[in-house]
Each structure stands twice: as C-alpha cells, then as structure tokens.
Design a protein around this ligand. Structure first.
Ligand code: DUC
Ligand code: ZN
Ligand code: ZN
Length: 475
C-alpha cells in the first residue's frame, strides 16, 4: 500500500506567514507531510510553476435563504457550492435565517435538510437572530453555541429583521455569556425608511436611488452604535460588509481604543461603484446590494483597510438573484421602486480571482495577506482553525492550486452559480485556481466540477478565540 494517497509536487506553498517551495503529502484527507522530494503516493499532482494555497474560506454567503414574497434565491446548496469549488473556495459559511415566530432549532433543521448531500465544499452555518424571544435567548442560543453554532448575525435594518437597540444588547449579552461571536449588519433602519419615502414621493424610484437611500452616514452611524453597544456589554463584535472610509474609521477608532472590534469587507466594495447602479432601464438592479457600492475613494479606503489590518476578513457576501426573472431582480414590484428589488449580488466564485488579480497581481496586497484574509483569518475567527485555512501537517487537505499566469476575462460561465449574470462581467483577471481539493479529493479542475455532489460536509465549530479566553500556550 502506498505511503500517501496524493502528493502535490513542485509548487510554491503559501500560508498567511510564509511561502516555500515544497511538496505536500496527503493521507486520508489530511495533510501529513511537507518536504522536498516526497515520494510514495498513489497520485502525484504536478504543481511546478503553480501556487499551492489553502482552499478559501468564505465566511459570508447566503444560499437558499427565503427573501420575500415571490422572490427566490438563485442558488441552492448544489449550485452555490459548485461555484465556490470552481473559484478555489473549500468552505462556505452560509446563514440560517430564523423567521419571526420560528425557533432556532426548527430553522436549522430546514437548512440542514436543504444542504445535506448537496454540497461540493464544506459548509458551516451562522445563525441570523430575527426574533430574540426569552426562549431563544435563554435556552436555544446557549445550547446551540455548545453544539458548534458559535456565531450569529443581527441586523440593524430591514423590515422583519431589524433589532431594536435593547434587543441588540440582549443578544450581545448572551454572546458574552456563551462565548459566541456577534456579526452586525450596520445600517440605520429609520434613516433608510425616511430617505426612501422622500425619494419615492419625488418619483425617484429607479435602481440607482437604492444607493441614495443608504448614504455613508447611515452606515457610519450604525457602525458606531453597534460598537458602542458592544462596548457596554463588553463583548467582541464583527462589523460585516464594510463599504467605506467613515465606517472603517469607526472600527479603527475602536481597535485603537483597545476594543475587540473586527471588520470584514467584500468584493463589491473594491471593484464596483454607485455608478454601476445607473444602467439603462432596470440594468442597475444587477448591482443592488446593501450597503451599496460607493465611489473610488471608498474603494481605496477598503484596500487600505485590508492592507493595514483594520479588516481581517474578505468575503463575497454572495446573495444571488437571477436578473431576468420575475422571481429575481426583475420582480414586477421592483419596477415600481428600488425598495422592492431583491437585495444582494452573486460573488462566491469570483471572490478569490478578483482579489488575487486586483490585489496581489497589481501589488496592493502581498500573497501572504491574500491567504490571511481569504482563508486563515476567517477560519481562525469562526473557530475552524487549524483544521481549515492553512497548509500544515494535521490540517484538512483543502487546497487550491493557482496558475498565477493564466489571464482571462471574467464571465458568468467561469463562475457557474445559479444566477444568470455576474456583476463582475468583463474584468480582466490574471491568476486562476485551476485545481481545487477538498479533504484530498479533487472537486474542481480546469474549470470543471469533478465528482459527485455530497462530498461537502457540515462543520461544527469551536468558539472564536476572540470570544473566549484561550490557554496562552495551547496548540
Ligand atoms: N446583507 C447581507 O449580508 N447580504 C445581502 C443583503 C444584506 O443586506
Ligand atoms: Zn448584511
Ligand atoms: Zn450578507
């Protein structure tokens, strides 16, 4: 019997701290050796001239999430994770949305039923808390944190989702007691409603007014409030999908003050702007997401946040709707006002190629930081490390082999999620993940998904090291 199942030979292995020319040996789905001249495997993958990176961990995706009457999300777990695998991502973290009046266990049962046996990559759910009843706060959440659902998202906006400040404090307080990490969607609900009603009164209802209804001040104010509420409770907090400098500066201010405030930014804030919402007719609906893309100065700020470590996580916020579809962006109600256009854009497959090309190849971030923000940090922050997010002996053999010289124009056929467009169409990309392995098995190669769906598993997670005191010398 061979010593190893697979050896990836001759590539440059990159982690969040190092890059080294060496082979990677895999046995039973784990990385078991790193070294030069390794031999003795059933399969050898020649990675000469390639980069061998940890598979991406996309800590913020929405898949098969109910999104309002008559609206259907474009991805199920098969198509969403297929796109992830093609784009070099081996773990996705989707949200399990608690509907009003629903228990968290019941919600999770539904999402597991949708995901089980369908996934091409590993999956681990965050919870969305929309109804923080006594039962949810006192019983369900503490038990679920112990069961490995160690992070939850709360919203400061959206009908049916927005929590009042008092409810936010209640949820944060449970997080503090249980060692969970709270993720916050920071936009001011009342301000958005006020501005939306004013725009509608003036007949300004086209998709581009979505951005006008959610200006930077709306996000900045809510970001600062979320930070202040977390400070009062003394709990760490993750501000997700940060789009601009002013919101980033609230996070930097808190970090400088010594608070554990973490930040995430996403693909759309690096390469899209508000102008993309200007398209003819309803075309702008393709770019409706929240917070909205801003301007080139905001893009620069988001790059700065990634470079300087204010943002430690880079996610897609994949939230896909078909464009040319009455159950998607062209819902009849959406033509009456931007307010009804489904909110979110696809991006799980494009996340890594865009950051690689625009970030690493254009010299804005180095390769190690690319690995850190796309794989290692999300794995660490959400309790998956060192099993996920790095290339090390003992870790899962989740690996993306990149050809850094491959150039192509981004089109939807390269991404292959369930939507009918990509908001990133036409971007020239240098570098591409040409081979993706999940626990040692090839799941995508040369632009094709390989093997059966169902290899991806659900991962129960440890508590975030940001949320619990760690043994300072434990491994
Ligand atoms: N928030 C998200 O996190 N994703 C899509 C839409 C939204 O508002
Ligand atoms: Zn959000
Ligand atoms: Zn999201």
């Amino acid at each position: 019997m061979a010593l190893y199942d697979t050896i990836i030979s001759g590539g440059t292995v990159v982690t969040a701290s190092d890059r080294i020319l060496c082979d990677v040996a895999i046995k039973d789905g784990k990385i078991v050796a790193l070294g030069s001249g390794l031999t003795g495997a059933d399969e050898v993958i020649d990675a000469t001239g390639k980069l061998v990176l940890p598979g991406g961990v996309d800590a913020h995706v929405h898949i098969a999430q109910p999104s309002g009457e008559g609206i259907v999300m474009a991805d199920d777990f098969e198509s969403g994770t297929r796109s992830a695998a093609l784009g070099g991502t081996t773990t996705v973290m989707p949200f399990c949305l608690q509907e009003k009046g629903q228990g968290l266990r019941a919600a999770l049962k539904d999402y597991h039923a949708k995901a089980d046996g369908e996934c091409h990559v590993d999956v681990s759910f965050h919870l969305i808390i929309s109804d923080p009843t006594e039962q949810v706060l006192g019983q369900e959440l503490p038990a679920l944190v112990e069961d490995g659902y160690t992070s939850f998202k709360i919203f400061m906006t959206y009908e049916g989702l927005a929590l009042k400040d008092r409810e936010i404090l209640d949820v944060m307080s449970v997080a503090r007691d249980t060692g969970a990490l709270v993720m916050v969607h920071a936009e001011n609900y009342d301000a958005i409603r006020f501005l939306t009603e004013q725009l509608e009164k003036r007949g300004q209802t086209a998709p581009r007014f979505h951005a006008t209804s959610r200006p930077i001040a709306v996000e900045r104010e809510a970001t600062h409030r979320a930070i202040s509420l977390a400070e009062l409770v003394d709990v760490p907090v993750m501000i997700v999908h940060v789009s601009n400098r002013e919101a980033m500066e609230q996070i930097r201010w808190a970090q400088n003050k010594g608070l554990t405030v973490l930040g995430e930014t996403c693909t759309q804030y690096l390469v899209l702007t508000e102008k993309d919402l200007d398209g003819l007719g309803m075309e702008g609906a393709k770019y409706v997401c929240s917070p909205p893309p801003r301007d080139t100065e905001s893009q620069e700020a988001c790059w700065e946040g990634l470079r300087t470590g204010v943002f430690t996580i880079f996610s897609s916020d994949h939230c896909p709707f078909r464009y040319d579809d009455p159950q998607g962006k062209l819902t009849p109600k959406g033509r009456t006002s931007f307010r009804w256009v489904p909110n979110g854009i696809p991006g799980v497959g494009a996340r890594l190629p865009i950051l690689f090309s625009e970030g690493v190849m254009k010299g804005r971030i180095d390769l190690e930081r690319f690995v850190a923000v796309t794989a290692t940090n999300p794995a660490k922050t959400y309790g998956l490390y060192p099993r996920k997010g790095t290339i090390a002996v003992g870790a899962d053999a989740d690996i993306a082999i990149w050809d850094p010289t491959k150039t192509q124009t981004l089109t939807h056929d390269l991404i292959r999620d369930g939507a009918d467009y990509t908001p990133y169409e036409g971007i020239e990309i240098t570098g591409w993940p040409v081979h993706t392995l999940l626990r040692g098995k090839t799941v995508a190669r040369d632009g094709e998904v390989v093997g059966q769906k169902g290899l991806g598993q659900h991962l129960s997670r440890a508590k975030s090291p940001f949320a619990v005191q760690r043994d300072p010398v434990a491994s």
